[in-house]
Design a protein around this ligand. Sequence first.
Ligand SMILES: [Zn+2]
Ligand SMILES: [Zn+2]
Length: 202
Amino acid sequence: MSLEFNNYETNLKPICCGSCGSIPSNDEKLLRCSACRVIKYCNINCQRNHWSQCHKKECKTIKRKMSFWEDQAKEQFEKANDATDMCIMGTRLALGNNDDLINHELACKLYEIATTVQRPIFGGHPVAMLHLALHYERGIGVQQSHTDAYRYYKSVIDHPFPGEENTSPAFVALSRYHKTGLVGAGDGRVVAEQSEELANKY
Ligand SMILES: [Zn+2]
Ligand SMILES: [Zn+2]
């Protein structure tokens, strides 16, 4: 499992309807199969079609496989021991590997905890910060929030041992935000001011 960010950025895709394949503008609006809770649909018709065409046969298998990963993740939450393991599991759940078992919400939970765990890297895992920032930026697995995205990209830069491979993409993202300027939701506070100078600095 590669934790390389370019690969992650390219392959992180919003969930599409399991039946017609369309991608809704808002992930939250998708219906979820209530049995496996993995496959999502844009409406009840898509769900019914897919159920009779094929999902009826595979739903149980998908459910069993996902339960396995949910248990693994739960164990990680309880131990909160090794942030690298959480990053690897989160990446797997977000990109789906070979079996297409994707659970963005669970991946984000793993990353969130990994940003606070002190092992193997003191200060939380920079890969978890970077990945979580991208999820907030795109609104995949979490509600879209540029304020949180900016905060997590910034935390990579401020990390005591971030690693060059993590700071480079964080700099690119921060620069992107400073090019357009970013105002935080609600309070109107300026999170990233529009500034050529800052955009070039990052
Ligand atoms: Zn559909
Ligand atoms: Zn199902």
